[in-house]
Design a protein around this ligand. Structure first.
Ligand SMILES: Cc1cc2nc3c(=O)[nH]c(=O)nc-3n(C[C@H](O)[C@H](O)[C@H](O)COP(=O)(O)OP(=O)(O)OC[C@H]3O[C@@H](n4cnc5c(N)ncnc54)[C@H](O)[C@@H]3O)c2cc1C
Ligand code: SF4
Length: 573
């Protein structure tokens, strides 16, 4: 992918900070509409056609395990829970895990591609249960953009007609695999809804991109551009317009403003030689990911914005949310000694459970969906870990306990491979002002930029939801005749709830709203305090829904970009 040198004296129509889902969509929309765009990206280049998709696990020094990447060395993402020279901290007694990417396309290069729309209720939860806040937009406002995102990027799924799980414009879904059919049977006996997954992977050729050839290795980056990543689907066509100048290895330090408080450009550090630069632009779009965007706004202090840019309301960094997670695994006796055949399919589960219950009858607010794993994927380092322990669970007449080496181990792999499954609940956490990120007054990163400090605690609502997830897992596992592999976590273990941040769906740090006193952005992702600054990532979210956030980030970024062009046409911006 081409990389351009920035034209130093030029004033661009727009400078976009970050090239992930939000930044990529803004670049696509605005360059297509004829704007001159500079994009600052803290990481380096990435071209998935030169990636690791076609490699065998045994080509890696550790057979696919991670030596320097958390999800294995062939995972496409450069970045992780820790980045050298870029620390963050947490306040005493609280915890937060922060996963950051540093590369063209950000985390879209290895995300799970689960592409769910928020439903009508998800935009007005406060009106329904009194918690958090309503969005300043409704489902009807965003629906046309979800439709356009579906048609531009492509998503498969099955229409269900569920009110709060709106159907998209779907490509045909792939067939369920054997273990998924068994999960479906058990789930339906338990009253748990099952549908086809909704993943942004092409099951038919679309917009010049090839259909998926079912290699199952999406997280490595798709060499045929058949799944969604920002570089594959948005940045490539944006570059083809000739209107996009990309500046890679450019860490934005501060958004620069004039006396009136409007943005004039961005100062940034070249991460390779630590030199300082500045870029001039009439409009600045922040899309560095929810917490990085909050950090950048808070670090952009000036006489006009003494509390940080867009922060006269003091909400920037506040109302941080991550998804509630809990997981369980099981072995299905009916699949032991199964015959071998290729069931690779797309990278990800072919089924999922959308939220199916009514909170009025439950002791926690908001819902969750369930993602399922399993099957006969390419074995890698550590696959079926602790396989010898399965002997204890199966209750057949093989030796108990041992079997961790030699002939029995080999036999176990042959017999048990493809018989285990995983279940992961993904639920909505409530937006609380007390969950936030702020500038750590004591620490700067290796570029001299002040870093973030997090303060996050789950409330009883989320912990009760995790408990319910486990009750559901138990029931489904029982109904499908499978054997649960880990004990159900207890109250003392907070019912196995994930750590805040661990599910990597952080949103809410510059929320939108009609009232500039209680929100940072208006309903078009434009800051209340500086009319030529927009934030188009998950920071804008008012609530989280139980849906993974990226399809909504893409729709909001598309909507904000259309608004910008409309305002420009009318000479308002
Ligand atoms: C393993 C994994 C699985 C996931 N699965 C799903 C899923 O199935 N469905 C879903 O909806 N979501 C999923 N997500 C979340 C999804 O990846 C994010 O919601 C999405 O990528 C957010 O897009 P973004 O543009 O806000 O940020 P990112 O994709 O993180 O991109 C931000 C970019 O900004 C750059 N940047 C940061 N700071 C600066 C700076 N100061 N100057 C310049 N550039 C900067 C970064 O280098 C990065 O490239 C997953 C995430 C992970 C890690
Ligand atoms: S499973 Fe399909 S979309 Fe995913 S990497 Fe392979 S070919 Fe690409």
């Amino acid at each position: 992918m081409g990389v351009f040198n920035i034209k130093q004296n030029k004033t661009y129509d727009v400078c976009i900070i970050g090239s992930g889902a939000g930044g990529g969509m803004a670049a696509y929309m605005l360059t297509k509409a004829g704007a001159s765009v500079a994009m600052l990206e803290a990481g380096g280049d990435f071209d998935s056609t030169k990636g690791d998709m076609f490699k065998w696990n045994y080509d890696s020094p550790r057979r696919g395990a991670g030596t320097y990447k958390p999800f294995g060395d062939f995972d496409a993402c450069e970045g992780g829970w820790k980045i050298d020279g870029e620390p963050y901290s947490t306040k005493e007694g609280t915890e937060f895990m922060w996963f950051r990417a540093r590369m063209l396309g950000g985390r879209t290069n290895h995300w799970g591609r689960i592409s769910l729309r928020f439903g009508p209720n998800d935009f007005k939860r406060k009106s329904m249960d009194g918690l958090g806040d309503d969005w300043p937009i409704s489902y009807e406002d965003i629906k046309p953009y979800y439709d356009k995102v579906d048609q531009l990027i492509g998503v498969f799924g099955q229409k269900e007609g569920m009110y709060n799980e709106p159907d998209g414009i779907f490509l045909p879904p792939p067939k369920a695999r054997a273990h998924e059919l068994l999960i479906k049977k058990g789930a339906e006996k338990s009253g748990v809804k099952i549908s086809s997954s909704r993943l942004s992977i092409l099951t038919q050729p679309m917009n010049g991109r090839a259909a998926c050839h079912y290699c199952s290795e999406c997280n490595r980056g798709c060499s045929t551009h058949s799944n969604f990543s920002s570089p594959s689907v948005l940045i490539r066509p944006a570059l083809e317009t000739g209107k996009l100048d990309m500046v890679l290895n450019a860490m934005a330090r501060e958004i620069l403003t004039d006396k009136e408080g409007n943005a004039t450009g961005v100062s940034y550090v070249n991460t390779q030689d630590l030199s300082e630069h500045q870029i001039n632009a009439k409009i600045v779009i922040v899309a560095a990911s929810a917490c990085e965007s909050a950090r950048l706004l808070l670090n952009s202090k000036s006489a006009a914005h003494p509390n940080g840019l867009a922060n006269s309301s003091n909400v920037v960094g506040k109302y941080l949310m991550d998804t509630v997670g809990a997981r369980q695994s099981a072995i299905i006796p009916a699949l032991i000694d199964r015959s071998r055949y290729n069931e690779d399919g797309v990278g990800g589960g072919h089924i999922y459970s959308p939220w199916w219950l009514d909170n009025k009858k439950l002791d926690f607010p908001r819902g969750y969906h369930i993602e399922y794993g399993g099957g006969m994927g390419m074995p890698g380092y550590g696959f079926m870990s602790n396989i010898h322990d399965l002997n204890n669970k199966l209750g057949d007449n093989r030796p108990k306990g041992g079997g961790g080496y030699g002939a029995q181990l080999k036999n176990d792999y042959r017999r048990l491979y493809g018989a285990t499954i995983g279940m992961a609940g993904r639920g909505e956490g409530i937006a609380f002002k007390e969950n936030y990120c702020e500038i750590d007054p004591k620490t700067v990163d290796k570029y001299g930029i002040p870093t973030l400090r997090f303060h996050y605690k789950w409330s009883d609502f989320e912990i009760k939801q995790a408990k319910h997830m486990h009750e559901t897992f138990e029931e489904v596992i029982h109904q499908m005749g499978a054997i649960q592999l880990s004990p159900t976590p207890t109250k003392e273990q907070n019912y196995g709830i994930s750590k805040p941040g661990e599910i990597i769906h952080e949103v809410g740090t510059a929320r939108m709203g009609n009232d500039p006193k209680t929100s940072a952005l208006n309903k078009f992702c434009q800051t209340h305090d500086a009319k030529n600054v927009f934030v188009v990532d998950g920071a804008a979210f008012v609530s989280q829904a139980d849906k993974n956030p990226t399809w909504t980030i893409l729709a909001l970024a598309m909507r904000a970009s259309e608004y910008i062009m409309e305002q420009k046409k009318q000479n308002i911006l």
